[in-house]
Ligand binder design. Structure first.
Ligand code: GLV
Ligand code: MN
Ligand code: MN
Length: 409
């Protein structure tokens, strides 16, 4: 009931009328609208709202009684509200909306927290504007240097520092917050499953087991711009050709190593139909079951790109933009989730994932766990991403069970 109302109120924000996908990028008017939505949802529940130095949002339900809030370690749940370009409605928002709805369920059941219960919405999880995934949680956990983060620029050349300042947030304060992290005893992120393992298992809820190591690499191919009709083929230095070789090498390497490799973003400059490009920039997203395999896949792609660049007289500059190591979620917390769910007859298989999450970044500093909710087709990062209302309700129930166990006992 509370889920549906919250969900409907968030749904219009940042939805593109043509594609039906979401364009919620950090520090934009759409982001401000998401923040206002979060603040209102928290206010309606008498939760204390804070924006931390890194622009992450927090809504706190403090335990009753004097001094209780400072004494014990907090339990935090949540996710993110930003999206990839033309992303789906569920990736991120499902975790935040479910968190508020779970708080409502706990209150309806008369449960009171004995330790602080927080709802977080992390900033720029997708790296959709500034290119680094999980930027808000990375800054919080000290996993990216603040100076480097401030200088990150979007496609229009606006830096993170400028975008934050324009939105009224002081960029000078960004960076690790050890005191905030030390106050958190557990972080549990509920997320739509971004694959169809649960559908194949005929199950609704899973407990996260681990996240594959993954990262993003940027490849800049610089050639020589020339006329498409008159430049004879042997004279050309066309950066599009080694770029194409790199895309095919990515597919080949992923297939031969049981990994994933994707080139989903490319720019060609100056972008004339009737000219050989001056420069092609491409971003490789690579993921693998283990770090050695990830290195092998990326090594093969970069080697193929380099060989093709040499053949075509093109210069190649390539390097990582963000790399996240393998994450195995905290075994004790994971087991506790599984057993508290089992006590309520909620079957929840363990599931690894190739998707990245703030929970994966925070796992380096805080005991962390995840719950996944079935996605019938498995499609994600797409307007077609979907979860059935009954499964969303099951997710809220599962999250409330887990939060009751962790925060109310
Ligand atoms: C985030 O969803 C990612 O895995 O890139
Ligand atoms: Mn995502
Ligand atoms: Mn997500």
């Amino acid at each position: 009931m509370s889920f549906a109302a919250l969900w409907e109120s968030l749904l219009p924000i940042g939805r593109d009328a043509l594609s039906g996908g979401y364009r919620r990028f950090s520090w934009t008017p759409e982001d401000a609208a998401c923040r206002a939505w979060f603040t209102q949802a928290a206010a309606e529940r008498d939760l204390r709202v804070l924006t931390d130095n890194n622009g992450n949002l927090w809504a706190w339900w403090d335990p009753p009684g004097p001094g209780a809030a400072g004494g014990t370690q907090a339990v935090v749940t949540g996710s993110h509200l930003d999206s990839v370009p033309d992303g789906g409605a569920f990736d991120g928002p499902l975790g935040v909306v479910s968190a508020f709805a779970a708080v409502d369920q706990l209150r309806e059941r008369g449960c009171l927290p004995v330790r602080p219960l927080g709802i977080a919405a992390f900033s720029e999880e997708e790296g959709g504007r500034f290119g680094i995934a999980c930027l808000g949680s990375r800054l919080l956990a000290g996993a990216i240097e603040p100076g480097r983060a401030r200088a990150l620029a979007d496609t229009a050349g606006v830096t993170l520092a400028e975008a934050m300042a324009a939105a009224g947030h002081d960029p000078d304060g960004i960076g690790p917050d050890d005191a905030l992290l030390a106050a958190i005893g557990a972080y549990v992120e509920l997320h739509i499953e971004q694959g169809r393992a649960l559908a194949d298992l005929d199950a609704v809820i899973a407990v996260g087991e681990q996240i594959w190591p993954h990262g993003r690499w940027r490849l800049d191919f610089t050639g020589r711009p020339d006329h498409a009709g008159t430049a004879i083929l042997p004279d050309r230095r066309d950066p599009m050709l080694p770029f194409a070789a790199a895309v095919l090498a990515a597919r080949r390497a992923a297939a031969s190593h049981g990994a994933r490799a994707t080139v989903g973003k490319v720019t060609a400059e100056p972008g004339a139909v009737n000219a050989v490009s001056a420069r092609v920039s491409a971003w490789l997203d690579a993921r693998a079951p283990d770090e050695r395999t990830l290195q092998t896949v990326v090594g093969e792609v970069l080697a193929a790109a380099g060989e093709a660049a040499a053949v075509h007289g093109v210069e190649l500059a390539a390097g990582p933009e963000s790399v996240t190591p393998a994450v195995v979620f905290d075994q004790g917390l994971r087991d506790r989730l599984t057993s508290s769910l089992a006590e309520q007859d909620i079957a929840a298989p363990l599931l690894p994932t190739g998707a990245g999450h703030d929970a994966g970044v925070l796992a380096a500093r805080v005991p962390t766990a995840m719950l996944f909710v079935r996605n019938p087709t498995g499609v994600s990062h797409s307007p077609a991403e979907h979860a059935e209302p009954a499964d969303c309700a099951a997710g809220v129930r599962a999250l409330a069970v887990v939060l009751e166990d962790l925060a109310c006992r």
